[in-house]
Unconditional design. Sequence first.
Length: 291
Amino acid sequence: MSEEISFEVDGGTVAALDHGGAGHPVLLVHGSGHNAAAWEAVVAGLLPRHRVIAVDLRGHGHSTAESKNAEQYWRDLAVVVAASGWESPLLVGHSTGGYAVTAVTAAGLVEPSGICIIDGLVLDDRQTASRTLGQFRTPQAAEELRRTFGYGRRFDAAQRDAWVEEQAAGAATDWLNAGADPELVRAVGARSFLSDGGGVFTRRPTTEEIAATTTAPPDAPVYPSIDVYERITCPMTIVLARHGFYADRRDKITAIVQTAPQRRLVEIASGHNIVMTHPQELTAAITAMTT
């Protein structure tokens, strides 16, 4: 049975689901717009042989802390690992979470046994990455995120529940969730709201949160660009969705894998949301890193 836990961080708390288990510790980190509930089917395959915690990044799920800059959300992972008393955990991240586990390792804040990056890569040089990130900070981008994912929308309880049910009902045909268990989609949707205490619920993250996390200083030692992988010395598995966001950049990903020992590329015939649509295949890739 999972337990709701939280960690004190700068600006509030980071929430998490402690799933228990024994054996090698594994920290699961979701992507933008998701939360700790996204990992439920994967957790089932990791227990009881692994000690598992799934975290809500700041600005997501039940976490009260919000991002004021581009580094806080991944630096928080070091707080979670230290507070859990873990040494050399396996860090597993999907999408934005894939960069988060990469960055906290590259910064030397955590020394993991390995990192598993699930369709969450940074493949451009700094100049190109800076231009790409800037596209997420325009009013047009904010409106598109609100329209497509509901980011930052505010609902009363009835509207929130209707939105969650709409997401679950559309799981079979939705481009992102097709193939996912509707109950899992429902759980993630329900956890993606935070109440203001007065009956208003905000769909997280907000567009302001997206803007903050995409405003990294170009001269930062750890930056969301391809050079970050030069800082990774631990074992690294990249899980590539064959129909995901990076499918047409396989050659560059292969080159990253080949530049250092103990790196591995695993391909899954999936769209971007591997965590929720192909949990069994993903679990096999994760457990291979701890066997």
